[in-house]
Design a protein around this ligand. Structure first.
Ligand SMILES: [Zn+2]
Length: 164
């Protein structure tokens, strides 16, 4: 899957004497594709919806894992995989045509756990949802995250932490 790389070291070199170490976690960088500001907590550009990997950013790594591992996973993800289809399905059922997550935390969870939970499990969570339509995305993504954490989270996260 195509993704964009932003390197905090390059940002530091670029800013040279204007670089402020105390602001390290706050710096944003223009999306290489569309120029929109990308924050270090972002997993995707909010405008072009392409996955973004921050290299050498402690806050990004804390949230998503080491950039090398994430890039490996993204490279292994086919461009036109079930992710797009399942995300479309989630948003269609949740009545959110713009594919906007209600908040960034949910988007992060979806991005982090969608590969961990089998697609047919996600589809059945969506199909079995019987609450109010506008809450579907929220509820289902949290269910997926809970299953993902139970399934692989413990092992993967413990391993990741030791790398920091
Ligand atoms: Zn962009």
């Amino acid at each position: 899957m195509r993704y964009l790389v932003i390197d905090l070291k390059k940002a530091r070199d670029h800013l040279a004497q204007h670089w402020d170490p105390l602001m390290k976690d706050e710096y944003t960088w223009p999306c290489p594709e569309c120029g929109e500001d990308v924050h270090q907590l972002d997993a995707r550009c909010i405008v072009c919806d392409v996955p973004v990997v921050w290299r050498n950013s402690p806050v990004w790594r804390q949230r998503y894992g080491t950039s090398g591992k994430v890039e490996e996973r993204l490279r292994a993800t086919p461009e036109d995989d079930q992710w797009d289809a399942i995300t479309d399905y989630l948003f269609r059922k949740g009545n959110r045509p713009g594919r906007w997550f209600p908040n960034v935390g949910l988007m992060d969870k979806w991005f982090k756990y969608k590969d961990v939970v089998p697609v047919n499990t996600i589809v059945s969570l969506i199909d079995n949802y019987n609450g109010k339509p506008h809450a579907l995305v929220n509820v289902v993504v949290n269910q997926v995250a809970a299953r993902g954490r139970r399934k692989a989270g413990n092992v993967v996260e413990a391993e990741d932490r030791s790398v920091f």
